[in-house]
Ligand binder design. Structure first.
Ligand code: SF4
Length: 208
């Protein structure tokens, strides 16, 4: 069974023509914080706490001066909040001290920020700077495996490399968002809509 990547991309266009980042943010550094907070939790739960956090502390300086305990209290609804609060303070300190209040566009620089790895850096670069990237999250990882675009034990970085080879660079950012939407709303982990799926013939997980 071979997945026809053009059919997949066309289907994503049909299902989610205007998929985009669903995290709430209005400033570049707010996106960095929101993406870091979204690790191992849903965008929805992050969106419940960030508007409160960013309203309470509306600048990098305000966040820098915020007591760690209050940041923890504000974001405690999300998983790993203690560690994430610490990372948040570290990010703010670095953006002020090392990057002169600006979010860097360079991946090597971004991944020096606490809690920011390859995936988070890719999301930030694509979203803020429109630099083509195709970071692989849990949804994209699952879909790539279901559609036989990756091996069962491939890590996200392997899948990213494989997808970048078969998807044209000018579609990386769009495909990233569309694949996440496909995983979040259609080909979900527990109850994928296989009966309505037009690419079930390409899927090794097709549930009759
Ligand atoms: S057939 Fe089901 S598991 Fe396979 S891609 Fe479609 S929705 Fe996902």
């Amino acid at each position: 069974m071979k997945t026809d990547i053009n059919r997949l991309l066309d289907y994503l266009d049909e299902l989610f023509p205007s998929a985009k980042c669903e995290l709430f943010y209005s400033k570049d550094y707010e996106l960095v914080i929101a993406v870091m907070l979204s690790a191992q939790t849903t965008d929805k739960s992050v969106n419940l706490v960030t508007p409160i956090l960013f309203k309470k502390y509306p600048s990098l300086d305000a966040l820098n001066n915020a007591p760690l305990e209050d940041i923890e209290e504000t974001i405690k609804q999300i998983g790993l909040y203690k560690n994430k609060a610490k990372n948040l303070k570290g990010i703010v300190k670095d953006l002020i001290g090392r990057f002169n209040y600006r979010v860097p566009s360079d991946k090597e620089e971004l991944i020096t920020l606490p809690g920011v790895g390859n995936k988070t850096a890719g999301v930030i670069r694509a979203e803020i700077f429109q630099i083509p990237d195709l970071p692989v999250d849990t949804h994209i990882l699952r879909i790539a495996k279901r559609l036989n675009l990756a091996k069962k034990d491939d890590e996200p970085i392997d899948v990213e490399r494989k997808l970048k080879k078969i998807i044209p660079e000018e579609r990386w950012i769009k495909s990233h968002h569309q694949l996440i939407h496909f995983g979040r709303y259609f080909c979900t982990a527990r109850s994928p809509q296989c009966q309505n799926c037009k690419i079930s013939d390409m899927c090794i997980n097709y549930r009759k």
